[in-house]
Design a protein around this ligand. Structure first.
Ligand SMILES: C[S@@+](CC[C@H](N)C(=O)[O-])C[C@H]1O[C@@H](n2cnc3c(N)ncnc32)[C@H](O)[C@@H]1O
Length: 363
């Protein structure tokens, strides 16, 4: 059996309100990663021409179209007329030459037992409360042949350290709250699908994970690599900074050096990059923020408590992150120091920190 898990979503019955914007919302929420998650198990290895595949709660169904393009005999089922109409429109514009069978019904009323080579439930099972979800999953398994694959793309059961579990739960509750509000879905915790699948007698053969809020915008990045005897010893990636659509500066985004190259390569690479940018006519080079390097004086609008905590972390937190070393390294370029301000409502913006760590993929 195949099994994939990841990302967000959920809605049920008729989706008049949210159905038309559902794909837009999911792209906003995850970049293209929801689509990648939904089609992760649909390729030439897993789908053979003529395979019978059922998509339960198909929604807009670009995953179903992909399966049909691979030569599968595809059936889609959805309770919502709006969603099936949207699916029809997608198919009409993307693959009018393909035949895909549509069933407007409750999946539990589809009784084509033992007929399918693969049954796909992408972001479908989370629509139900846990007892019903198990019944629906059981039903889907019965619709498959004895050796069928059951594919589930959905939110991943939270694992990892406490922050990572918390941020996964935060995403889930944001999504489930939205769909509970607009689509009357069940409000529940994240399900442990692999566990339920095992309990129902399936063998979990594969899991793939996709990150939320993935931003893979890379236009105009600059990469500088240093080699010694044909071996890479370090690199720095720079992101562009724009003003009025013109690149006015670059900022180092990520830099790494081979630990065996004792001399250190950072300054050499930076000097080379500066010359290259100067030759391109870029007027500035931004060395980026120095985390927690805060001005010694506290201005009247600043949160004293937060500033004390951050100063303390900066002075004693080198075991977490090398704050002081970074400041020293950057000071050697003898640039201008500019203050950067962050505004927040509460004196301790804990949620904002959590969101920032997640966005920057620290968590
Ligand atoms: C969260 S959406 C997921 C849609 C799609 N699979 C996707 O990944 O974008 C859930 C879908 O399940 C459908 N649905 C909810 N309950 C259903 C049921 N009992 N039988 C069939 N479809 C159902 C909804 O209409 C909706 O299209």
């Amino acid at each position: 059996m195949l099994h994939i898990i990841s990302l967000p979503c959920s809605l049920s019955s008729d989706l008049q309100d949210i159905g038309p914007v559902y794909d837009f919302l999911s792209n906003l929420y995850s970049g293209k990663n929801i689509h990648r998650c939904k089609t992760a198990m649909l390729d030439v290895e897993t789908v053979k021409p003529g395979d019978r595949i059922l998509f339960a709660g198909v929604g807009h169904g670009r995953d179903a179209i992909r399966a049909a393009e691979l030569g599968a005999e595809v059936t889609v089922v959805d309770l919502s007329e709006t969603m099936l109409r949207k699916f029809g429109e997608s198919q009409e514009s993307e693959a009018p030459h393909l035949t895909i069978r549509r069933i407007h019904s409750d999946t539990m009323k589809v009784e084509e037992f033992g007929q399918y080579d693969m049954v796909v439930a992408n972001f479908f099972l989370n629509v139900f409360d846990e007892t019903m979800m198990v019944r629906v999953l059981e039903h889907l398994i019965q619709l498959g042949k004895a050796d069928a694959s059951v594919v589930v793309g959905d939110f991943c059961y939270p694992t990892g350290n406490v922050f990572s579990r918390m941020s996964k739960k935060l995403y889930w509750y944001m999504a489930v709250f939205t769909f509970w509000l607009f689509a009357n879905n069940a409000f529940h915790k994240i399900y442990n699908y692999p566990e339920h699948m095992r309990r129902l007698g399936l063998k979990v053969t594969e899991k793939k994970h996709f990150k939320l809020m993935n931003m893979d915008y890379r236009e105009n990045e600059h990469h500088f690599y240093a080699y010694q005897d044909g071996k890479a010893v370090g690199f720095i990636y720079f992101d562009p900074i724009y003003r009025n659509n013109e690149i006015i500066s670059y900022v180092p985004n990520i830099s790494r050096a081979n630990a065996d190259f004792k001399q250190g390569i950072f300054y050499t690479l930076m000097a080379h990059a500066m010359n290259a940018f100067k030759a391109e006519g870029v007027p500035h080079l931004d060395l980026g923020l120095i985390p927690l390097s805060l001005d010694a004086t506290t201005e009247h609008q600043e949160s004293r408590l937060l500033k004390r905590i951050l100063h303390g972390l900066y002075n004693r937190g080198d075991f977490i992150y090398n704050f002081n070393w970074l400041e020293l390294t950057k000071s050697r370029f003898r640039g201008n120091n500019l203050k950067t301000y962050c505004c927040h409502n509460r004196s301790i913006p804990a949620l904002e920190f959590l969101a920032m760590f997640k966005l920057t993929q620290v968590l």
